[in-house]
Design a binder for this molecule. Structure first.
Ligand code: AHR
Length: 505
């Protein structure tokens, strides 16, 4: 039997803001995803009521908007004011027509109704620059009798929106990006933009563009160079990573390759652990070189498993479903391990955004004029968020006698991937069983348990939640037989499963 040792004295706190999501003007994320005025469930503002309900039940607090690649050529001011006067534009990042019927005010209203209190906005540092970022900041957060703040008031919002987190552009290292930049040019621009934005509003925190993926040749040199240029004026370095079972990981080649075998695929979350450690190491090197007292936080603001679209793209329509897809159980197990990698590094990763919330590699799927339902990955994020409060502490643990396996890329991959937290009233073990066999864990808790429960998500590896069968992969909760009043406990984790095991104390 595997023994889980817990070290309660070695811990750090994490809150629900750690696990956020992302809305981009891309595909059908916004139009027919969250906004569809003619939908039978539409609210007076045109928001899909069925999607709002699913998002409320998900429990996210953090949401990044409005992109993504979209932001590198967008004009924020097109999105405000009377709807019938907003210009229609070409969304050149995603080959669609942008009507701007859902803009900044709609976003803030939707987010408030969805329970989000921690929005992250991205400014356009692709085709635009410092002046535009300052105008947007003044519009959103401005308190004084000034031009853009007054425009916001005229448009129906007297109070500042009070956005704290600001991304200084998006993926400007990527060959696909509109207005890609060199690290030298971007570092200087980001530093000066962050400096100016903080002169306007000292309460904000800024997020520097890090490498778009560890699979670009410029990783991690990009991160080092931009941090050297902008360290003093930024608070976070951004990280992005998507893992696809069959797409080439060399983004300079864009080739489809042979699909990973299952053990390899499920081990790929270890690249998240490695990337977080590498980015933190680079940031700490810059901290030392600069003799700085500040430790750079990480915003892992795009992460997910990835698949190609299962719908036919329709370029230059108003909603081009570029990335609509189902996830199966194998994807969900990897997704769970990715989330655990983030939680395990919650002392350093202070924000993360699963990408994206609706219809593009999504948590929630919608049919235009029809149903909304959840991919199984939704339930993983929901389970994590349900347990996290500002009091939650991640405890250090060790697995003794654990089964491991090797892949071509990773040695000694733990068959059980786990993180244990203390919520203040219970110990909660999140665990993925990467293997076929049931694994039994003996756990010695820091204090005796009085009751417990075990939530499991498992099934056929290729099972999916479809519009016809939306609940095929949903978590099942059962009582856990605990040794009452004892610290020594035991739990069995079924083969190929995501688990949330709660020991109340
Ligand atoms: O899938 C979302 C896109 O992926 C974002 O726009 C971009 O930042 C990333 O490349």
């Amino acid at each position: 039997m595997v023994q889980l040792n817990v070290y309660p004295e070695q811990n750090f706190t994490v809150g629900p803001q750690l696990f956020g999501s992302f809305l981009e003007h891309m595909g059908t994320v916004i139009y027919t995803g969250v906004y569809e005025p003619t939908h039978p469930t539409a609210t007076a503002e045109g928001f899909r009521g069925d999607v709002l309900q699913l998002v409320q039940a998900l429990g996210i607090k953090t949401l990044r908007y409005p992109g993504g690649n979209f932001t590198s050529s967008y004009h924020w001011e097109d999105t405000v004011g009377p709807k019938d006067q907003r210009p229609k534009r070409m969304n050149i990042a995603w080959q669609s027509l942008e009507t701007n019927q859902f803009g900044l005010h709609e976003f803030f209203s939707w987010a408030a109704q969805a329970g989000i209190d921690n929005p992250i906005l991205t400014v356009n540092l692709g085709t635009r620059g410092i002046d535009d970022a300052l105008n947007e900041l003044e519009y959103v957060n401005g308190r004084f009798d000034t031009y853009w703040a007054n425009k916001r008031r005229q448009n129906g919002h007297p109070e500042p929106f009070g956005v704290k987190y600001w991304c200084l552009g998006n993926e400007l290292d990527g060959p696909w990006q509109v207005a890609r930049q060199t690290p030298e040019a971007y570092g200087l621009l980001a530093n000066e933009t962050a400096k100016a934005m903080k002169l306007m509003d000292p309460q904000i925190e800024t997020i520097l563009v890090g490498s778009s993926t560890p699979n670009l040749d410029s990783y991690p040199e990009w991160d080092f160079k931009v941090l050297m240029a902008a360290y003093d004026n930024v608070d976070f370095i951004a990280m992005h990573n998507y893992i696809d079972r069959a797409q080439s990981e060399n983004l300079d080649q864009e080739a489809v390759r042979a699909a990973d075998d299952l053990p390899t695929y499920l081990a790929k979350s270890l690249s998240f652990d490695r990337q977080i450690d590498e980015v933190a190491t680079i940031a700490d090197a810059v901290k030392a070189l600069k003799h700085s007292d500040k430790t750079m936080k990480i915003s892992f603001d795009e992460w997910n498993v990835h698949h190609f679209s299962q719908k036919q793209p329709t370029p230059w329509g108003e909603h081009n479903p570029v990335d609509w897809c189902y996830f199966d159980l194998a994807d969900t197990l990897l997704f769970g391990s990715m989330a655990l990698a983030i939680l395990r590094h919650g002392d350093r990763v202070k924000l993360s955004c699963q990408a994206l919330l609706v219809n593009t590699i999504p948590l929630i799927l919608t049919d235009e004029a029809g149903a909304a339902w959840a991919n199984p990955t939704y339930y993983v994020l929901q389970a994590l968020l349900a347990q996290l409060s500002d009091e939650s502490r991640v405890l250090k643990t060790d697995l003794i006698g654990a089964v491991t396996y090797d892949t071509a890329e990773f040695l000694a991959v733990p068959m059980i991937d786990q993180v244990l937290i203390d919520t203040g009233t219970s110990y909660v073990l999140f665990a993925v069983n990467r293997g076929e066999e049931t694994q039994t864990l003996a756990i010695t808790l820091p204090q005796p348990a009085v009751s417990g429960q075990h939530q499991v998500l498992c099934g056929a590896l290729d099972a999916q939640n479809t519009r016809e069968h939306p609940h095929t992969l949903t978590p099942q909760t059962k009582p856990l037989i605990v040794a009452t009043g004892a610290v020594a406990q035991q739990v069995s984790l079924p083969g190929y499963s995501w688990n949330v095991v709660t020991f109340n104390y």
